[in-house]
Design a protein. Structure first.
Length: 320
């Protein structure tokens, strides 16, 4: 009897909802991740129904204007495939306003400020806990007059040499190409960074022990201090040799790694966009049934992103 009652209750809770994809409102989608020193490009498309797996339709009939520091206005030169190119390059310190008009839709707009470059100093690396890891230290001159947002990556490059190979008759041979290079980005362990002179860690968006290639953080705990930051980078030249088809080593790393600290200063909208995009990607891969992640947008009247960052590249001194 109990089973019958439960079945009736479950059936009573069901409700069929008809969804008509053609009735969903199409919005203007803006994609413009601005890089200081680069030309400014804006990608425009229409949004689509969330169950529609087709590409978003490009917008090729829009009027796009960019205003720099409230005065000079630039118009887009082309809208082929939804990409609009504006003259000039973004410069640190500029305030940029984007205005887009699409026939049949309300106008959309956004404002971003291109951050000033932040130049780390005294960047150096020492041996880490593993053969392919390094402890990285550098000083970050944070500006106390404003909230600051950062991203950080460690790029590595090592020389390689092809190893001698022995055939079945015992003869030694070498590959024609004797030397080359191997490069990539190190993995930054999220529990291995700290601030010198205090016990507070970075206010970083990273919560796993597997590490990340790009570390996002704010100046919440370092505001206005020219402090020294320490972090651990792993996977620098991941293996000491690579195997050929016959299982024998082909080449080995023969030099100390050449390391570069890529530090970017991000406007707030760019920071929130990058962090939410990373969380969205991780949610799809690892937690499909978890709480949905909303990607940050700063477009008035539409959706998408128009936000800037300024990146610097600083060589890291690698100790013997």
């Amino acid at each position: 009897m109990k089973k019958t009652i439960i079945a009736l209750l479950a059936a009573a809770c069901e409700k069929v909802i008809d969804i008509d994809p053609s009735q969903s409102e199409r919005k203007v989608v803006v994609g413009a991740a601005i890089e200081a020193g680069d030309s400014i490009e804006v990608d425009l498309s229409y949004s689509r129904f969330f169950l529609d797996d087709r590409p978003c339709p490009a917008i090729d009939n829009a009027t796009v204007r960019l205003t720099v520091d409230g005065t000079g206005t630039l118009a887009a030169t082309s809208g082929a495939n939804g990409r609009y190119r504006l003259g000039g390059t973004a410069q640190a310190g500029q305030t940029l306003r984007l205005d887009v008009s699409v026939p049949g839709h309300e106008s959309v707009s956004a404002i971003t400020r291109v951050p000033q470059a932040v130049l780390p100093t005294a960047a150096r690396a020492s041996a880490g806990s593993e053969p392919t890891s390094r402890t990285i230290r550098f000083r970050l001159p944070d500006n106390a007059s404003e909230e600051n947002y950062y991203s950080l990556r460690i790029h590595y490059e090592v020389d390689t040499v092809f190893l001698p190979r022995q055939d079945l008759q015992g003869r030694i041979s070498y590959d024609t190409l004797a030397r080359g290079t191997h490069e990539g980005y190190a993995t930054i362990k999220c529990n291995d960074y700290q601030i010198a002179g205090g016990d507070a860690g970075l206010d970083a968006i990273a919560s796993n022990d597997e590490g990340v290639q790009t570390l996002y953080f704010t100046d919440h705990n370092i505001n206005g201090r020219n402090c020294e930051l320490t972090l651990s980078a792993y996977g620098i030249g991941t293996a000491h040799f690579t195997l050929g088809e016959d299982g024998e080593p082909i080449y080995a790393y023969t030099s100390r790694p050449r390391l570069t600290l890529e530090l970017a200063s991000l406007c707030r909208d760019r920071y929130l966009y990058e962090v939410s995009s990373a969380a969205y990607a991780a949610n799809i891969l690892l937690n499909m049934l978890g709480e949905p992640v909303q990607i940050h947008t700063n477009i008035e009247g539409g959706i998408g992103i128009f936000a800037a960052r300024t990146q610097t590249q600083t060589p890291i001194y690698v100790a013997e």
